[in-house]
Design a protein around this ligand. Structure first.
Ligand code: SF4
Ligand code: SF4
Length: 343
């Protein structure tokens, strides 16, 4: 075994030692899906995610992550499979959002991993490294597929035979030449198209291509301002995120229940109507503390709650919608409440 292979295997062993389920090595180089990404951006399918346009060059050339622009990417996966989450009285949040914010969890583990790599002498004390979870300018899934963590799916995520689509990704760029692990786990979508058929908003335009502007995950988490009226009924029960394409995926049905790993925070136990509390309510800080739902923010969450209540059409919810319509300081929330009352 060469020194590079040795180092790569030792680095992946360290990743498993700190608790990651999956680990692989990819070259620190432009992602294999660079052209697909460019085409997707050029078609405007990134919707309001302007930062992807802004960071385009950095995403296409991740060598800028390191001072000397040379090295490897250690890509890791942490599974988060758990049963679906329905709020008391109705409304749903994406499974990953029921517990602690994965950014914090994965980042803490990545830092621990980096310390271990140094302690074991795999990463020299002078060698530069950068950790990344989600927010860094990286085409994560493309690098992860190249590192052999899973195979790309028609729903534009990565699938693993044991965990299906239910795992988070993290990366450490290392100023270290390691042998890439090129062998992905066996599997493919084959002739299945369950996710394409089940998507409530027809956001999967073709295998592997999502129109973010139609995707409920984007609309309920990233999108600011009013949501296009034509898409609101299809949002159905989703207050935050959407798991439909993952839930119908046959690769994920046998994934283990790992609820304990991230625990369950207040958002998973909060009734839908409470999400229309006014912004000065002390409930918000408790509700969003340490939770991934913070990313959407109060206004978008209240907007989403009004839309879900409108979709549920339960007369008992009129009072809370009328209060939001009359008193909420956000025009976005008032408009969504008016729409819901109209239904
Ligand atoms: S997350 Fe939901 S809306 Fe987005 S592509 Fe998947 S099923 Fe469609
Ligand atoms: S539902 Fe079917 S087509 Fe969609 S990602 Fe899963 S296996 Fe692939």
């Amino acid at each position: 075994m060469s020194q590079q292979e040795d180092g790569g295997q030792a680095a992946m062993d360290c990743a498993r030692e700190v608790g990651f389920d999956l680990a692989g090595i990819a070259p620190l180089a432009p992602p294999r899906d660079a052209q697909r990404f460019q085409d997707w951006l050029n078609a405007g399918h990134n919707a309001g995610m302007a930062y992807l346009q802004r960071d385009r060059e950095r995403i296409l050339d991740p060598t800028g992550l390191l001072h000397h622009r040379k090295g490897s990417l250690l890509v890791v996966g942490l599974a988060h499979s758990r049963p679906g989450v329905t709020l008391p009285g109705g409304g749903r949040i994406a499974r990953y959002a029921a517990g602690r914010d994965y950014h914090n969890v994965v980042l803490t583990m990545l830092r621990k991993l980096r310390r271990l790599l140094r302690e074991r002498g795999i990463l020299g004390s002078a060698a530069h490294s950068r950790t990344a979870v989600d927010a860094a300018p990286l085409l994560e899934r493309s690098h992860a597929a190249q590192a052999g963590l899973g195979f790309p799916s028609k729903a534009a995520n990565l699938l693993h035979p044991r965990f299906g689509p239910w795992f988070f990704l993290g990366e450490i760029a290392l100023e270290l030449e390691l042998e890439p692990t090129t062998q992905p786990p066996a599997g493919s979508c084959g002739t299945c198209r369950a996710c394409i058929d089940a998507c409530p908003t027809a956001a999967i335009l073709e295998p592997g291509k999502i129109d973010a502007g139609r995707c409920i995950s984007y609309l309920t988490i990233e999108h600011r301002g009013p949501i296009e009226a034509a898409l609101r009924p299809q949002i159905g029960e989703w207050l935050f995120g959407c798991d439909v394409c993952s839930e119908v995926c046959p690769w994920g049905t046998a994934a283990p229940d790992l609820s304990q790993r991230f625990g369950e925070l207040a958002p998973a136990r909060t009734p839908l109507t409470d999400w229309l509390e006014p912004p000065d309510s002390p409930a918000w800080s408790i509700l969003l503390r340490g939770s991934p739902l913070r990313r959407a923010g109060r206004e978008s969450l209240a907007r989403n709650a009004a839309i879900v209540l409108g979709n549920r059409q339960n007369p008992d919810d009129r009072a809370v919608l009328l209060r939001a319509l009359s008193f909420d300081p956000s025009p976005v929330v008032r408009e969504a409440a008016a729409w819901a009352l109209g239904r």
